[in-house]
Design a protein around this ligand. Structure first.
Ligand code: ZN
Ligand code: ZN
Length: 367
Protein backbone atom coordinates (compact mmCIF):
# COMPACT_ATOMS: atom_id res chain seq x y z
CA UNK A 1 0.00 0.00 0.00
CA UNK A 2 2.31 2.79 -1.12
CA UNK A 3 -0.62 5.15 -1.72
CA UNK A 4 -3.53 6.15 0.42
CA UNK A 5 -6.14 3.58 -0.46
CA UNK A 6 -6.69 1.08 2.28
CA UNK A 7 -8.82 -1.95 1.58
CA UNK A 8 -10.74 -3.59 4.39
CA UNK A 9 -8.98 -6.92 3.73
CA UNK A 10 -5.68 -5.27 4.59
CA UNK A 11 -6.88 -5.07 8.18
CA UNK A 12 -7.38 -8.84 8.44
CA UNK A 13 -4.79 -10.59 10.58
CA UNK A 14 -3.43 -13.74 8.89
CA UNK A 15 -2.00 -16.77 10.70
CA UNK A 16 1.26 -16.63 8.79
CA UNK A 17 3.67 -13.73 8.46
CA UNK A 18 7.39 -13.16 7.90
CA UNK A 19 9.96 -11.41 10.05
CA UNK A 20 13.72 -10.91 9.70
CA UNK A 21 15.56 -12.07 12.83
CA UNK A 22 19.10 -12.64 14.06
CA UNK A 23 20.02 -14.65 17.13
CA UNK A 24 23.76 -14.13 17.31
CA UNK A 25 25.89 -11.01 16.92
CA UNK A 26 27.22 -10.57 13.41
CA UNK A 27 24.22 -12.32 11.89
CA UNK A 28 23.23 -13.58 9.45
CA UNK A 29 19.66 -12.37 9.18
CA UNK A 30 17.19 -15.22 8.80
CA UNK A 31 13.60 -15.14 7.62
CA UNK A 32 11.27 -16.50 10.26
CA UNK A 33 7.60 -17.42 9.88
CA UNK A 34 5.29 -16.62 12.79
CA UNK A 35 1.57 -16.39 13.54
CA UNK A 36 0.41 -12.81 14.22
CA UNK A 37 -3.15 -13.99 14.96
CA UNK A 38 -1.85 -15.53 18.21
CA UNK A 39 -0.34 -12.30 19.54
CA UNK A 40 -1.94 -11.38 22.83
CA UNK A 41 -1.73 -7.59 23.15
CA UNK A 42 -1.00 -6.15 26.58
CA UNK A 43 -2.19 -2.87 28.06
CA UNK A 44 -1.57 0.07 25.73
CA UNK A 45 -0.15 -2.04 22.90
CA UNK A 46 -1.11 -1.89 19.24
CA UNK A 47 -0.54 -4.40 16.46
CA UNK A 48 0.73 -2.66 13.34
CA UNK A 49 0.74 -4.16 9.87
CA UNK A 50 4.07 -2.86 8.60
CA UNK A 51 4.11 -2.18 4.86
CA UNK A 52 7.51 -0.50 4.61
CA UNK A 53 10.54 -0.13 6.82
CA UNK A 54 13.61 1.99 6.20
CA UNK A 55 17.03 0.57 7.07
CA UNK A 56 19.22 2.71 9.32
CA UNK A 57 22.91 2.36 10.15
CA UNK A 58 21.84 1.69 13.73
CA UNK A 59 20.25 -1.57 12.58
CA UNK A 60 23.62 -2.73 11.34
CA UNK A 61 25.24 -1.72 14.66
CA UNK A 62 22.55 -3.69 16.49
CA UNK A 63 23.36 -6.81 14.50
CA UNK A 64 27.10 -6.40 15.02
CA UNK A 65 26.63 -5.46 18.68
CA UNK A 66 29.40 -2.84 18.79
CA UNK A 67 27.57 -0.21 20.84
CA UNK A 68 28.07 0.40 24.56
CA UNK A 69 24.40 -0.38 25.39
CA UNK A 70 23.39 -4.06 25.12
CA UNK A 71 20.54 -5.06 22.81
CA UNK A 72 17.94 -7.81 23.28
CA UNK A 73 20.25 -10.56 21.94
CA UNK A 74 23.08 -9.42 24.22
CA UNK A 75 20.86 -9.42 27.32
CA UNK A 76 19.69 -12.97 26.55
CA UNK A 77 16.22 -11.87 25.46
CA UNK A 78 16.21 -14.16 22.43
CA UNK A 79 16.30 -13.38 18.69
CA UNK A 80 15.87 -9.73 17.70
CA UNK A 81 13.79 -8.22 14.92
CA UNK A 82 15.59 -5.02 13.91
CA UNK A 83 14.11 -1.94 12.26
CA UNK A 84 12.85 1.40 13.55
CA UNK A 85 11.52 3.22 10.49
CA UNK A 86 8.28 1.29 10.11
CA UNK A 87 5.28 2.68 8.28
CA UNK A 88 2.00 0.80 8.43
CA UNK A 89 -1.56 0.57 9.62
CA UNK A 90 -3.05 -0.29 13.01
CA UNK A 91 -4.89 -3.62 12.75
CA UNK A 92 -5.62 -4.38 16.42
CA UNK A 93 -5.54 -2.58 19.77
CA UNK A 94 -4.86 -3.90 23.25
CA UNK A 95 -6.73 -2.76 26.38
CA UNK A 96 -6.64 1.03 26.78
CA UNK A 97 -4.88 1.62 23.46
CA UNK A 98 -8.06 2.99 21.84
CA UNK A 99 -7.51 6.16 23.83
CA UNK A 100 -4.75 7.01 21.35
CA UNK A 101 -5.53 5.29 18.04
CA UNK A 102 -8.16 3.41 16.10
CA UNK A 103 -7.94 0.42 13.78
CA UNK A 104 -7.08 1.58 10.26
CA UNK A 105 -4.95 4.56 11.36
CA UNK A 106 -1.69 5.02 9.45
CA UNK A 107 1.17 5.08 11.96
CA UNK A 108 4.94 5.13 12.16
CA UNK A 109 7.28 3.11 14.38
CA UNK A 110 10.27 5.13 15.54
CA UNK A 111 13.55 4.32 17.34
CA UNK A 112 11.99 5.30 20.65
CA UNK A 113 9.13 2.84 21.00
CA UNK A 114 7.86 4.15 24.32
CA UNK A 115 8.87 6.42 27.21
CA UNK A 116 7.30 7.06 30.63
CA UNK A 117 6.07 10.54 29.59
CA UNK A 118 6.14 11.61 33.23
CA UNK A 119 9.78 12.03 34.29
CA UNK A 120 11.75 15.26 34.25
CA UNK A 121 13.18 14.48 30.78
CA UNK A 122 9.86 13.46 29.28
CA UNK A 123 8.07 16.50 30.67
CA UNK A 124 10.65 18.76 29.04
CA UNK A 125 10.35 17.03 25.68
CA UNK A 126 13.53 14.96 26.03
CA UNK A 127 11.70 11.66 25.75
CA UNK A 128 14.68 9.84 24.16
CA UNK A 129 16.62 10.47 27.38
CA UNK A 130 13.94 8.89 29.58
CA UNK A 131 15.45 6.11 31.73
CA UNK A 132 12.48 3.94 30.83
CA UNK A 133 12.67 4.54 27.06
CA UNK A 134 12.27 1.39 24.97
CA UNK A 135 14.01 1.13 21.61
CA UNK A 136 12.48 -0.46 18.50
CA UNK A 137 14.75 -2.99 16.85
CA UNK A 138 17.16 -2.89 19.79
CA UNK A 139 15.72 -3.55 23.24
CA UNK A 140 12.42 -4.63 21.67
CA UNK A 141 11.46 -6.18 18.35
CA UNK A 142 11.19 -3.58 15.60
CA UNK A 143 9.77 -3.08 12.13
CA UNK A 144 11.55 -5.68 9.98
CA UNK A 145 8.41 -7.80 10.12
CA UNK A 146 4.93 -7.81 8.65
CA UNK A 147 3.12 -7.42 11.99
CA UNK A 148 4.79 -5.51 14.81
CA UNK A 149 3.67 -4.84 18.37
CA UNK A 150 4.31 -1.33 19.66
CA UNK A 151 2.95 1.16 22.18
CA UNK A 152 -0.08 3.11 20.97
CA UNK A 153 0.74 6.31 22.87
CA UNK A 154 4.14 6.54 21.24
CA UNK A 155 3.30 5.57 17.66
CA UNK A 156 3.36 8.55 15.31
CA UNK A 157 0.22 9.35 13.31
CA UNK A 158 1.21 9.65 9.64
CA UNK A 159 -0.14 12.39 7.35
CA UNK A 160 -2.67 10.89 4.96
CA UNK A 161 -1.15 12.47 1.86
CA UNK A 162 2.32 10.99 2.44
CA UNK A 163 2.80 7.54 0.87
CA UNK A 164 3.98 4.97 3.42
CA UNK A 165 7.26 4.19 1.65
CA UNK A 166 8.17 7.88 1.57
CA UNK A 167 7.20 8.29 5.22
CA UNK A 168 9.38 5.44 6.48
CA UNK A 169 12.82 7.14 6.32
CA UNK A 170 11.47 10.28 7.97
CA UNK A 171 10.72 8.27 11.14
CA UNK A 172 14.38 8.03 12.11
CA UNK A 173 16.65 9.71 9.56
CA UNK A 174 14.31 12.64 8.98
CA UNK A 175 13.40 13.27 12.62
CA UNK A 176 17.03 12.94 13.69
CA UNK A 177 18.46 15.52 11.32
CA UNK A 178 15.47 17.81 11.71
CA UNK A 179 16.03 17.88 15.48
CA UNK A 180 19.80 18.29 15.04
CA UNK A 181 19.25 21.34 12.84
CA UNK A 182 16.93 22.76 15.50
CA UNK A 183 19.68 22.19 18.07
CA UNK A 184 22.09 24.09 15.82
CA UNK A 185 19.75 27.12 16.05
CA UNK A 186 20.57 28.24 12.53
CA UNK A 187 18.95 31.25 10.91
CA UNK A 188 18.35 31.96 7.19
CA UNK A 189 21.50 32.70 5.25
CA UNK A 190 23.87 30.94 7.67
CA UNK A 191 26.29 28.29 6.51
CA UNK A 192 25.96 24.67 7.60
CA UNK A 193 28.36 21.86 6.73
CA UNK A 194 26.89 18.39 6.48
CA UNK A 195 29.48 15.60 6.49
CA UNK A 196 27.73 12.48 5.17
CA UNK A 197 25.42 14.62 3.00
CA UNK A 198 24.85 11.90 0.42
CA UNK A 199 23.75 9.24 2.88
CA UNK A 200 20.46 8.26 4.49
CA UNK A 201 20.56 10.98 7.15
CA UNK A 202 22.55 13.50 5.17
CA UNK A 203 20.35 13.75 2.09
CA UNK A 204 17.43 14.68 4.34
CA UNK A 205 19.59 17.10 6.36
CA UNK A 206 20.46 18.98 3.15
CA UNK A 207 16.76 19.50 2.47
CA UNK A 208 15.68 20.43 6.00
CA UNK A 209 18.59 22.91 6.09
CA UNK A 210 17.24 24.42 2.90
CA UNK A 211 13.78 24.74 4.45
CA UNK A 212 15.41 26.85 7.19
CA UNK A 213 17.12 28.92 4.47
CA UNK A 214 20.69 27.84 5.20
CA UNK A 215 23.54 27.68 2.71
CA UNK A 216 24.58 24.06 2.63
CA UNK A 217 28.11 22.75 2.22
CA UNK A 218 27.82 19.04 1.57
CA UNK A 219 30.78 16.83 2.46
CA UNK A 220 30.89 13.28 1.15
CA UNK A 221 32.63 11.28 -1.53
CA UNK A 222 31.95 9.94 -5.02
CA UNK A 223 29.96 11.20 -7.98
CA UNK A 224 26.64 9.57 -7.00
CA UNK A 225 26.63 11.34 -3.63
CA UNK A 226 27.76 14.60 -5.21
CA UNK A 227 24.94 14.47 -7.72
CA UNK A 228 22.38 13.64 -5.06
CA UNK A 229 23.45 16.35 -2.58
CA UNK A 230 23.65 18.98 -5.29
CA UNK A 231 20.27 18.08 -6.75
CA UNK A 232 18.73 18.36 -3.29
CA UNK A 233 20.03 21.87 -2.78
CA UNK A 234 23.62 21.82 -1.51
CA UNK A 235 25.41 25.00 -2.62
CA UNK A 236 28.87 23.40 -2.53
CA UNK A 237 30.02 19.80 -2.55
CA UNK A 238 33.40 18.87 -1.12
CA UNK A 239 34.76 15.38 -1.72
CA UNK A 240 36.68 14.48 1.44
CA UNK A 241 38.69 11.85 -0.39
CA UNK A 242 40.01 14.15 -3.11
CA UNK A 243 40.21 17.39 -1.11
CA UNK A 244 43.80 18.16 -0.12
CA UNK A 245 42.75 20.67 2.53
CA UNK A 246 39.26 19.98 3.82
CA UNK A 247 39.32 22.73 6.47
CA UNK A 248 40.55 25.26 3.90
CA UNK A 249 37.96 24.18 1.36
CA UNK A 250 35.09 24.48 3.85
CA UNK A 251 36.28 27.92 4.96
CA UNK A 252 36.57 29.07 1.37
CA UNK A 253 33.04 27.88 0.63
CA UNK A 254 31.68 29.74 3.65
CA UNK A 255 32.95 33.25 3.02
CA UNK A 256 36.40 32.54 4.46
CA UNK A 257 35.22 32.25 8.07
CA UNK A 258 34.05 28.68 8.39
CA UNK A 259 30.51 27.43 8.92
CA UNK A 260 28.05 28.47 11.64
CA UNK A 261 27.39 24.81 12.35
CA UNK A 262 28.47 21.36 11.31
CA UNK A 263 25.78 18.72 11.55
CA UNK A 264 27.75 15.49 11.35
CA UNK A 265 25.49 12.95 9.70
CA UNK A 266 28.28 10.54 8.72
CA UNK A 267 28.79 7.38 10.75
CA UNK A 268 32.54 7.21 10.19
CA UNK A 269 34.97 8.51 12.82
CA UNK A 270 36.93 10.60 10.30
CA UNK A 271 33.98 12.96 9.78
CA UNK A 272 34.36 14.19 13.35
CA UNK A 273 38.06 14.89 13.17
CA UNK A 274 38.03 18.27 11.47
CA UNK A 275 34.45 19.37 12.02
CA UNK A 276 35.14 21.57 15.03
CA UNK A 277 38.00 23.26 13.22
CA UNK A 278 36.04 24.31 10.19
CA UNK A 279 33.30 25.84 12.36
CA UNK A 280 33.73 29.61 12.70
CA UNK A 281 34.02 31.22 16.16
CA UNK A 282 30.76 30.73 18.12
CA UNK A 283 30.02 27.80 15.80
CA UNK A 284 28.50 24.50 16.84
CA UNK A 285 29.35 20.92 16.12
CA UNK A 286 26.16 18.88 16.36
CA UNK A 287 26.96 15.18 16.67
CA UNK A 288 24.39 12.90 15.05
CA UNK A 289 26.14 10.10 13.13
CA UNK A 290 27.27 7.28 15.38
CA UNK A 291 30.68 5.73 14.76
CA UNK A 292 31.54 3.03 17.30
CA UNK A 293 34.23 3.84 19.88
CA UNK A 294 35.04 7.41 18.80
CA UNK A 295 35.94 10.46 20.87
CA UNK A 296 35.57 14.09 19.90
CA UNK A 297 38.77 15.91 20.75
CA UNK A 298 38.80 19.64 21.30
CA UNK A 299 41.66 21.87 22.36
CA UNK A 300 40.43 23.69 25.46
CA UNK A 301 42.02 27.11 24.75
CA UNK A 302 40.75 27.05 21.20
CA UNK A 303 37.26 26.06 22.40
CA UNK A 304 37.21 28.84 25.00
CA UNK A 305 38.68 31.66 22.90
CA UNK A 306 36.49 30.81 19.93
CA UNK A 307 33.41 30.10 22.08
CA UNK A 308 32.66 26.90 20.24
CA UNK A 309 30.03 24.36 21.21
CA UNK A 310 29.84 20.61 20.90
CA UNK A 311 26.36 19.20 21.21
CA UNK A 312 24.92 15.74 20.87
CA UNK A 313 21.48 15.37 19.36
CA UNK A 314 19.65 12.10 19.88
CA UNK A 315 16.72 11.40 17.52
CA UNK A 316 13.78 13.67 18.43
CA UNK A 317 10.57 13.73 20.42
CA UNK A 318 6.97 13.10 19.34
CA UNK A 319 6.51 16.71 18.27
CA UNK A 320 9.72 16.71 16.17
CA UNK A 321 8.43 13.61 14.38
CA UNK A 322 5.13 15.26 13.56
CA UNK A 323 6.86 18.41 12.27
CA UNK A 324 9.41 16.48 10.18
CA UNK A 325 6.63 14.39 8.61
CA UNK A 326 4.49 17.45 7.94
CA UNK A 327 7.29 19.06 5.91
CA UNK A 328 7.62 15.84 3.90
CA UNK A 329 3.86 15.63 3.37
CA UNK A 330 3.88 19.19 2.02
CA UNK A 331 6.63 18.30 -0.45
CA UNK A 332 9.34 20.46 1.15
CA UNK A 333 11.48 17.39 1.80
CA UNK A 334 11.64 14.29 -0.37
CA UNK A 335 13.11 11.00 0.72
CA UNK A 336 15.40 9.46 -1.87
CA UNK A 337 15.37 5.72 -1.53
CA UNK A 338 15.67 2.42 -3.27
CA UNK A 339 13.04 -0.21 -2.53
CA UNK A 340 14.21 -3.73 -1.75
CA UNK A 341 12.50 -6.75 -0.23
CA UNK A 342 12.49 -7.69 3.45
CA UNK A 343 14.22 -10.92 2.37
CA UNK A 344 17.19 -8.91 1.00
CA UNK A 345 18.26 -7.42 4.32
CA UNK A 346 21.63 -9.23 4.35
CA UNK A 347 22.48 -7.56 1.00
CA UNK A 348 21.47 -4.15 2.35
CA UNK A 349 23.77 -4.54 5.36
CA UNK A 350 26.64 -5.52 3.11
CA UNK A 351 26.24 -2.42 0.93
CA UNK A 352 25.86 -0.28 4.04
CA UNK A 353 29.02 -1.75 5.54
CA UNK A 354 30.89 -1.03 2.29
CA UNK A 355 29.57 2.57 2.24
CA UNK A 356 28.11 2.23 -1.25
CA UNK A 357 24.54 3.30 -0.54
CA UNK A 358 23.36 6.71 -1.76
CA UNK A 359 20.15 7.76 0.01
CA UNK A 360 18.08 5.26 1.94
CA UNK A 361 16.94 1.68 1.43
CA UNK A 362 13.29 1.03 2.20
CA UNK A 363 12.22 -2.56 2.60
CA UNK A 364 8.91 -3.66 1.16
CA UNK A 365 7.72 -5.99 3.93
CA UNK A 366 5.56 -7.98 1.49
CA UNK A 367 8.60 -9.10 -0.50
ZN1 ZN B 1 17.90 5.12 12.93
ZN1 ZN C 1 10.35 9.54 31.11
Amino acid sequence: MPGNELQATQLDIPNKATRAIFDKLGGPIKNDIYDPSLINLQNGEALVRVFYSGVCHTDLHAMIGDWPAPNKVQTGGGPLVGGHEGAGVVVKLGPGADEFLKVGDKVGIKWIADACLNCDYCRRGHEPNCAQAKCSGYTHDGSFQQYAVSWARYLTPLPNELPLDEAAPILCAGVTVYRALKEAKLTPGQYVAIPGAGGGLGHLAVQYANVIGCRVIAIDTGSAKKELATKLGAETFIDFKTSKDLIGDVRKASGGEGVHAAVVAASGAAAYEMALEYCRPCGKLVAVGLPAKTNIEANVCFTVFQAKQVKGSYVGNRQDAIEALDLAARGKVKTVFKTMGLSQLNDVYKAMHDGTLAGRVVLDCNK
